[in-house]
Design a protein around this ligand. Sequence first.
Ligand code: MN
Length: 364
Amino acid sequence: MVAVQTLGVVSCLGGPMHYCGFAAEMLRDLFNESLNKLTPFVVRQAPYERNQQLTVRPEPVVGLNQRLFKVQKQNRLQLQWQLLYPESQGSKEDKLANLNKAISQFTEGRTKENQRFLVIGGDHSCAMGTWAGVLNAMQQSDKFGLIWLDAHMDAHTFTTSPSGNVHGMPVAALLGKADGKLAALYPSSRVVNVANLILIGIRNYEQEEYGLLKQAGVKIVFANQMNGIGSALIKAIDFLSQKCQTIGISIDLDVIDPTDAPGVETPVCGGIKAKELLAALSLIHRHPKVCGLEISEFTPEHDVNNLTLYLMKALIEAFYGEPERSPVSSKPNKFLGSISSGIKGKAVPSRYSCAKSKTVRSTE
Ligand SMILES: [Mn+2]
């Protein structure tokens, strides 16, 4: 049994949504197989908005979900949960600042102990805490690399953001490009080296964020320029591995196409296929330099047939789960397909090798 220290951030304070904070609790129950048999969907009450109630139509678990579930049954993985709730008092900014600080303390502790971790948002503003904590733990913070899988650039500041939602700003804060109001929410004096940040899957952004990233020289792999997520992810890890000791992976579920992951706040068409991302995470399975994963933006009120909830579980198990054993592993997996048959029909290595070294194509 593999155990992974997991922090659930029960908060939507960084976005306009009300229920994305449920992600961690729902996922925990799904892993415990106690999500009310997954049908009907659980009706929950937000702990931070006690007079509101979420009602989701009961829907049967069908199709893709069932196939995913069978895949995961073969994985033996135990998530050791801690749930983090925002304070009930204070301004939104104070709550976010304290939340990010608490998140950073969790990831700093795990990183110092050489324990891999998982952070489940919440909205994507949790990334400020998650990766600030890793930076705080490192002796040389310029040896930290971050792979950011997202449909969006998340590189606004309060000065440029049309909405003022903090979940559109964590990349700016992590790069040290925050304005004063945003910097106050970021729990570190250390920032990610611009050369060590790679954004993948981008297909929706405002000019101000593009300008910020372009000026900084951040590598961006746009969705329409990718030759498969497997290849993009491996190239990114190879590139970062050359100079980084520690690599983090932050997944905004909206990087996936909404047909496969409808349960997100801001879906954008033209995303990567769920099964390609699952295959890609299997290829880099527990890569020695990857210190942790972060998954954010699950929005249950937009989910269809629990598809995104199940997918979130599958993503975690693709990276952290016990690999299937033969003779099971020799058969093509119904959902993932055969890894050796390739991603998008192209040949990919049956197992990722750290020895390779390639550069990632940088786009402007
Ligand atoms: Mn995001």
